[in-house]
Write a protein that binds this ligand. Structure first.
Ligand SMILES: [Zn+2]
Length: 373
């Protein structure tokens, strides 16, 4: 898929050319409901486009599911569409633009495989995070869930760079915070590689993109070599939170994010951060984070759902659940559980419990199992 993109005011204008892995007579895909398709063709011919359904996929903006049909088999599809964007962490302003998979800003979930690459044109005055400059164009290629386009107007972009991280931001008030955050990132990396995970970091150079002031709230997320957040942290607690939790996902990942098993990814990442705080004597931050989670804990349902769906608040429920284990069995047990999770071939709760039993942590495994429901 080649996507030529340009922006005008708060709208995107896109021409997507999709090269399918094989010839088909029908193709389906989803696209943000707020984006209007102005033309579509299969090969050299116009095609019949139908809306099959309208729904909200987990974590995403409302989408329309389309099907394209043609009277003969086709291997390429061209779609022109435009409009405003919606979805978590998606925004288009004159100075900062962020588009990610939650906004379904390009045709996703294609019924036939296709490779993705984006060419951003008409954006000469912007810098594209993790993009490759090519004359007046920016090129960007990634898998579907890594199609995060973050653009800054060059004249407002600030950068703080260290050996392992570059922090991008657009507001001078964040100068000191970015410098401080860079140092926290490098200290967290030191703790994770030498002590907690005892393994080399394979995530490459990390780019941290801060969206303030285009976005003023909304949390953070991690992709390969990329942390997307609001600010680099305006105090030490926030800086530790964004760096240590997000960086931990380099190891703490792999459980199904769309099911209750996501509690494993989030709890182990949050507790990696909490263990960092304990190791570096940042006990005030540890206490403050635990207190926040404990106060929110009763609002959320148990982690393990009967139908396997992802309940609200797995991050908080799981963190408090581990806190109970920490109080009963100590920090070394939590470290062991996290390391076991990271090393699992299949990242499920049942596999984690089996492995804990096999490694002499059966008392903690049994306590954990009871607390999940
Ligand atoms: Zn997380």
């Amino acid at each position: 898929m080649n996507i030529a993109l340009r922006f005008e005011k708060e709208k995107l204008f896109s021409e997507a050319e999709i090269f399918l892995d094989k010839n088909v007579s029908e193709l389906s895909f989803i696209l943000n409901s707020g984006l209007e398709i102005s033309s579509i063709s299969c090969g050299e011919n116009s095609a019949d486009l139908q809306v099959e359904s309208v729904y909200e996929p987990l974590f995403c903006a409302e989408v329309k599911k389309y099907s394209v049909k043609c009277s003969f088999d086709f291997g390429t599809v061209r779609i022109c569409y435009s409009g405003g964007i919606s979805g978590w962490h998606n925004i288009i302003t004159g100075d900062i633009i962020e588009l990610n998979r939650y906004g379904v800003w390009f045709p996703c979930e294609l019924s036939c495989g296709a490779k993705s690459a984006v060419t951003v044109s008409g954006c000469g005055e912007y810098f594209l995070v993790k993009g490759e400059p090519d004359g007046d164009l920016w090129r960007y290629s990634a898998d579907e869930w890594d199609m995060n386009l973050i653009l800054y107007k060059r004249n407002i972009l600030q950068t703080v760079s260290g050996k392992y991280i570059s922090i991008y931001f657009a507001d001078n008030s964040l100068d000191d915070a970015a410098e401080f955050s860079k140092n926290i990132f490098e200290d967290v990396l030191d703790y994770y590689t030498k002590e907690l995970f005892r393994s080399e970091y394979c995530g490459g150079h990390t780019e941290m993109a801060c969206l303030y002031p285009a976005l003023k709230s909304g949390g953070a997320y991690k992709r390969y070599g990329l942390i997307v957040c609001i600010t680099p942290g305006t105090d030490e607690k926030e800086a530790v939170g964004v760096n240590a939790h997000e960086l931990a996902h380099e190891w703490c990942r792999g459980a199904d994010c769309g099911s209750w098993e996501d509690w494993l990814n989030e709890t182990t990442a949050e507790w990696s951060m909490l263990l960092y705080c304990l190791d570096r004597n940042k006990t005030e931050i540890f206490d403050a984070i635990i207190t926040e989670h404990r106060s929110k804990y009763p609002e959320f349902p148990p982690v393990r759902t009967e139908d396997g769906s992802r309940p609200e608040g797995v991050h908080t429920r799981g963190t408090v659940l581990f806190y109970k284990l920490y109080k009963a069995f100590g920090a070394e047990t939590i470290k062991s559980i996290i390391r076991i999770f990271v090393g699992l071939d299949v990242k499920t709760t049942d596999k984690l419990l089996d492995e804990m039993n096999a490694r002499g942590l059966s008392e903690a495994a049994s306590a954990l199992e009871k607390m999940l429901i």
